[in-house]
Design a protein around this ligand. Structure first.
Ligand code: AGP
Length: 613
C-alpha cells in the first residue's frame, strides 16, 4: 500500500527511482512522484497517473542528481491528484518526504502548525512531517537530519515507512519504519531503500530489513540505524540478509500481465512447496520452520487460521484439511475481525497467521494481540523477512515465489498446499493411518501435473467466461469442501472484473437468495467428488427450475444437459480437491475481466498489500 524508494550513490538517480517505482507499482497506483537534489535544489516531479505517466513527464534526458526519493500512492488522506501525490515538502523546499502508512494524529499536528503560521499545500497527512522536520532543523543549527526526524517522529502517532531528503545534507537519506515495511539495499558505493525487495533486486541482493521503531541514516558508502526509543540500542550496523530472488522473477517473461503469468507458475510453485517436505517412509510431512516437537504437536487441541481476503479463504480450506486429516477442531476467521473483538485466547490452540505479503496490517495486529494474550501463533507467509513472519518467529514459508498481481493466485494455492502438509503432520502424530497418509503424500505429488492439465483447458474456460462476462451479478455456490472454493472464486471475479459476485452455501440458497435467481443471474456451482454429489445436483436443478443459467465446475460425471456449461476438474485425493477447483475459477475470473477490458493487474481501488486499517 504505497511504494517508496530511495537512492544515493554515483548513478543518475532518476532512472533508478523510476525503475524502482515501476517495480513497486502493484502497491498502489493512484499517483506517482519523485524528488531529487540537483545543484543544491530540490527537483520535484509528480503526476496523478501511473508510473508510466511520470516516466513520460520526466522524458529521457540524463539527470544531474545522484540522490533522491520516489513514491507510488494508494490514497488514504486526500484525493489522488497531482497536488496530493508524494513527495511532500516544507514551505522552503528544503525537506522532501515520501510516506507509506497513516499518521493518526495528523489533524492535531496540522492544527498546531497552522496556528504557528505554517501554510499547507496539500490535504495529506504526510505534509506535516516535512514541516515538522524543517522546523526542527531551523530551530538548531547543530541538529542533524536524523535528530530532526527522530524528534518529529516522537510526536507522531500512526504507521509509517518514511524516507526524507534534505537539500542541506545531500550526502544522506534518513528513513524510518513503524508498521510499514522498509528494506535497505547495500550496493558498491551506493545504497537503496524501498518498501520491498522488488525494487532492489536488479541492483543488489544484500538487504537489511528495518524493524519497527528504527531510523536509519544512509550514505553512499555506509549506513547506521538507531531507535526512536532514545537510541537505546545505540547506533548500529545490522547483518545483511541475502535475498533469494533475482530481477527475472519480477519480469513478465512473455506474458501480457502478471496474473496470467502467476496462474501459469502454479505447477512449479506447488513443486517448490512440497520439495523436501514429503516423508514417504512415514507417510508424513516435514516442516522445518515449525518449531514444535511431536509432543507439542499432539498437545494442540484446536487450530485457528487468521488472514484477510483470499488468505482468509485459504485458511478456511486449511481448517477443513486439519479437521479431515488430523481430526482436530479447526476454523478460520478474518484477522480484521479477530483483532477487534476481544477474543478468548486459548493456550492449547495453534493460531496460524496467513499472509502472502506478510505485511497486512490487520493480520499483523491480530498476531500482536495474540502474543500479548499468550497465544501460540505461527506464520504462513510468502515474503521472507516480512513483518508477520518475523513477529511470529516460526511457521511455514509458502515458497510461491514473488507474487505481483493484486489478485492472489499462486500464493493462495501454496497456502492451501502448505496447510495440507501441516494437516498431514498433525494427523500422523494422531490417528491418521499410514495408508491414508500415503494417499495424501501421493496426491500432493500429483498436483502439479493436474494443475498443468487444467491450464491446458484455458481456451474452453475462456469461452465460458466470455459467454457470461456481461452478467451484472453472479452466484458462486458450494457446500462443505466447495464452500471456501466458491468464496474465493467470487472474490477473484469481483476484484478484477467488477462483476458483483456473491458466494453462497448451497444449502442456504433456499432460505432467501433463491429469490434472486432469474435468467440474467448465472450461478457457478462447485461440485467436488465428495459424499454430497446428489445434493449438489439437486441444487443445480433448483436453480435451473427457476430459469437461472448454471456453470458447473466439477470433478464428477453429471447428467448431460444438467448445466449450461461445464468446467471439468481432474479427480484428486478428496481432501486436496479444493486446490484444483480454485484454478479454473482463477481462469474464469481472468477471462471475464479480460473480456470486459479491465486492468487486470491493477484493479481499481485496490493494492497488493494492505498496510493500513
Ligand atoms: C487476493 O486476491 C486479494 N488481493 C486480497 O484479498 C489479499 O488476499 C488480502 O489483502 C490479504 O493479503 P496478504 O495475503 O498479503 O495478507
Amino acid at each position: 500500500m504505497c511504494g517508496i524508494v530511495g537512492y544515493i550513490g554515483k548513478r543518475d538517480a532518476t532512472p533508478v527511482l523510476v525503475e524502482g517505482l515501476h517495480r513497486l507499482e502493484y502497491r498502489g497506483y493512484d499517483s506517482a512522484g519523485l524528488a531529487v537534489i540537483a545543484r543544491g535544489r530540490l527537483q520535484l516531479t509528480k503526476t496523478a497517473g501511473r508510473v508510466q505517466d511520470l516516466r513520460d513527464k520526466l522524458g529521457d534526458k540524463p539527470g544531474k542528481a545522484t540522490v533522491g526519493i520516489g513514491h507510488t500512492r494508494w490514497a488514504t488522506h486526500g484525493e489522488p491528484n497531482e497536488t496530493n501525490a508524494h513527495p511532500h515538502t516544507d514551505a522552503g523546499h528544503r525537506i522532501a518526504v515520501v510516506h507509506n502508512g497513516i499518521i493518526e494524529n495528523a489533524e492535531a499536528l496540522r492544527a498546531q502548525l497552522t496556528g504557528e503560521g505554517v501554510r499547507f499545500a496539500t490535504e495529506t497527512d504526510t505534509e506535516c512531517l516535512a514541516h515538522l522536520v524543517a522546523r526542527e532543523l531551523e530551530a538548531s543549527d547543530e541538529a542533524t537530519l536524523e535528530e530532526a526526524v527522530v524528534a518529529t517522529l516522537r510526536r507522531v502517532e500512526g504507521a509509517y515507512g518514511l524516507a526524507f531528503l534534505d537539500t542541506k545534507n545531500p550526502d544522506q537519506l534518513v528513513v524510518a519504519r513503524n508498521g510499514s515495511p522498509l528494506v535497505l539495499g547495500l550496493g558498491e558505493s551506493e545504497m537503496f531503500v524501498a518498501s520491498d525487495v522488488a525494487a532492489l533486486v536488479r541492483y543488489t541482493r544484500q538487504v537489511i530489513y528495518l524493524d519497527d521503531g528504527e531510523v536509519a541514516t544512509i550514505k553512499a558508502t555506509d549506513y547506521h540505524t538507531t531507535t526512536l526509543a532514545g537510541g537505546a540500542a545505540g547506533n548500529s550496523v545490522k547483518t545483511p540478509t541475502v535475498v533469494d530472488a533475482d530481477a527475472d522473477d519480477y519480469e513478465l517473461g512473455g506474458f501480457s500481465d502478471y496474473m496470467r503469468k502467476e496462474i501459469y507458475e502454479q505447477p512449479d510453485a506447488i513443486r517448490r512447496a512440497v520439495m523436501g517436505r514429503l516423508d514417504e517412509r512415514f507417510a508424513t510431512a516435514k516442516l522445518g520452520g515449525v518449531n514444535l516437537d511431536a509432543r507439542e504437536l499432539r498437545n494442540i487441541k484446536r487450530v485457528k487460521f487468521l488472514g484477510c481476503g483470499s488468505a482468509y479463504y485459504a485458511g478456511q480450506m486449511g481448517a477443513a484439511l486439519v479437521e479431515e486429516l488430523a481430526r482436530i477442531p479447526a476454523d478460520a476467521e478474518p484477522a480484521s475481525e479477530f483483532r477487534y473483538r476481544s477474543p478468548v485466547v486459548d493456550p492449547d490452540t495453534l493460531y496460524v497467521a496467513v499472509s502472502q505479503s506478510g505485511e497486512t496490517s490487520d493480520t499483523l495486529m491480530a498476531v500482536q494481540e495474540l502474543k500479548r494474550k499468550g497465544g501460540q501463533v505461527m506464520g504462513a507467509v510468502n515474503v521472507v523477512g516480512s513483518a508477520i513472519g518475523r513477529e511470529c518467529g516460526h511457521g511455514i514459508f509458502l515458497h510461491a515465489g514473488p507474487e505481483v498481481a493484486v489478485a492472489s493466485t499462486k500464493a493462495l494455492t501454496n497456502m492451501v498446499v502448505n496447510f495440507a502438509l501441516l494437516s498431514l503432520l498433525l494427523g500422523r502424530v494422531r490417528d491418521l493411518s499410514a495408508a491414508h497418509g500415503t494417499r495424501v503424500v501421493n496426491g500432493l505429488r500429483n498436483l502439479p501435473s493436474q494443475v498443468a492439465g487444467i491450464l491446458n483447458a484455458e481456451a474452453e474456460i475462456a469461452a465460458i467466461a466470455h459467454r457470461y462476462a456481461e452478467a451484472e451479478h453472479m452466484f458462486f455456490i458450494g457446500r462443505v469442501r466447495g464452500w471456501p472454493v466458491a468464496r474465493e472464486g467470487a472474490q477473484k471475479l469481483k476484484e478484477i472484473s467488477y462483476v458483483h459476485a456473491e458466494a453462497y452455501q448451497a444449502g442456504e440458497l433456499k432460505h432467501g437468495p433463491l429469490a434472486l435467481i432469474q435468467h440474467e443471474m448465472p450461478s457457478v456451482v462447485v461440485i467436488p467428488a465428495d459424499d454430497l454429489i446428489a445434493k449438489n445436483i439437486s441444487t443445480v436443478e433448483q436453480i435451473k427450475a427457476r430459469g437461472g443459467p448454471v456453470i458447473a465446475v466439477t470433478s464428477v460425471e453429471i447428467p448431460d444437459g444438467l448445466a449450461d456449461a461445464t468446467i471439468r476438474v481432474p479427480r484428486a485425493e478428496p481432501e486436496l480437491e479444493p486446490i484444483l477447483f480454485n484454478i479454473p475459477l482463477q481462469l474464469f475470473a481472468y477471462h471475464a475481466a479480460a473480456k470486459l477490458g479491465r486492468d487486470i493487474d491493477k484493479p481499481r481501488n485496490l493494492a497488493k498489500s494492505v498496510t493500513v486499517e
